[in-house]
Design a protein around this ligand. Structure first.
Ligand SMILES: Nc1ncnc2c1ncn2[C@@H]1O[C@H](COP(=O)(O)OP(=O)(O)OP(=O)(O)O)[C@@H](O)[C@H]1O
Ligand SMILES: [Mg+2]
Length: 341
């Protein structure tokens, strides 16, 4: 691997939570996560609600500082950017796209103003005519063509997909090298969502962008991403190439995620080992975070937190893989996910 564009190095984010009048505890939203994203790569961060995905995105965009550990972008620890001028320069490199395209656009402004304002702010040297030309170019880049049909519209006159295209155009206005997309299609109809995913893949190729793509949906991670980080309760439980993880998930949580993905042609109903037993993120985590839900958990899993074990090109946070290389070897009934493929 070359020099990563993004590197999370043992990153933790603990939020202080009040308990009663005087008590305090730390909610471990992200707990010791490490991974890298290479230039031009799409990395998906996958996991269920509350597992820490948005917190990771916000740390990468410097909305929050990590409690411990470091995040490097192009080799620089981003916590070293402290002056407003340096943070502003950094924000040009890393742009974020949120889930709700309506909430992130001011309804009072026209689409051309929303995108034009971003161009003006970051490129004050441009003349009015140059800004307008750049806005037209950006509308065309994101598939809002002819641009003139969309420029004068307000967000409420646009469809959800068109609004998300405006959000993407606004992000591209500053010529970022990294896009952090936090569930960008989850509020869109499925076919519109695929349209947006295709647009993002095209842009990634054309502009050589690097993505952190956040989703709770394994199918969209599979569609978009080269590699995947699977999160559970603030921990990265498995990471590796998307194709390999989908073909043979190793961590029991990844198997649960994959087996609970609906498949239109599956004939049998699949019994998954889901339960409502979500871990307490404020507790002292001296056990496997998935132990309470895992059918393979042993006493050791309830007393000790596993490290990452290397299995081929993958890292798996599970004692089962201390000496084994496949799910069959550790006695997991792989028929579940063989039926899914
Ligand atoms: N600013 C905050 N202050 C306190 N706790 C927070 C804060 N932001 C997030 N959390 C908590 O951190 C945990 C992880 O939240 P996060 O939003 O990162 O999850 P997520 O994976 O993005 O979930 P979702 O899929 O629902 O968006 C949750 O328990 C959440 O309640
Ligand atoms: Mg989120």
């Amino acid at each position: 691997m070359g020099n990563p564009v993004i590197k999370f190095d043992h990153v933790k984010k603990h939020f202080v939570k009040r308990q009663g009048l005087f008590g305090k505890s730390a909610l471990k939203a992200v707990d010791n996560v490490s991974f890298e994203i290479q230039q031009g790569e799409i990395l998906a961060v996958v996991g269920e609600s509350g597992c820490g995905k948005s917190t990771m995105a916000k740390m990468l965009c410097k909305v929050y500082d990590p409690t411990e550990g470091s995040i490097y972008v192009n080799g620089t620890d981003i916590s070293s950017y402290k002056k407003n001028k340096d943070v502003a320069k950094f924000r040009k490199e890393v742009q974020m796209i949120f889930q709700d395209p309506f909430g992130s656009l001011n309804p009072a402004h026209k689409a051309s103003y929303i995108v034009g304002r971003a161009v003006e702010l970051h490129y004050p040297e441009l003349s009015k005519a140059e800004v307008k030309a750049r806005v037209v170019e950006l509308f065309e880049t994101v598939g809002l063509t002819p641009a003139a049909d969309f420029m004068e519209k307000h967000p409420n006159q646009l469809s959800g997909g068109q609004r998300q295209r405006i959000v993407i155009a606004r992000a591209l206005a500053v010529k970022p090298s990294i896009l952090v997309a936090d569930e960008p299609t989850s509020m869109l109809d499925v076919s519109i969502g695929i349209d947006i995913m295709n647009l993002m893949i095209d842009l990634q190729k054309k502009e050589g962008l690097t993505y952190m793509y956040i989703t709770h949906n394994l199918a969209s991670a599979r569609y978009m991403a080269d590699r995947m980080v699977v999160m559970y309760a603030g921990n990265c439980v498995e990471q590796g190439a998307t194709d390999e993880i989908i073909a043979q998930p190793l961590h029991p949580y990844t198997i649960l995620l994959l087996s609970s993905t609906p498949e239109p042609f599956r004939e049998e109903k699949i019994e998954i080992y889901a339960s409502e037993n979500l871990p307490d993120l404020t507790g002292e985590m001296n056990q496997c975070p998935f132990a309470e839900r895992c059918p393979k958990a042993t006493d050791r899993c309830r007393r000790e937190k596993p490290e990452d074990y290397r299995v081929g090109g993958r890292l798996v946070k599970c004692f089962l893989y201390e000496h084994a290389a496949t799910a069959e070897e550790v006695g997991i009934d792989v028929s579940i996910y063989n039926k899914v493929k």
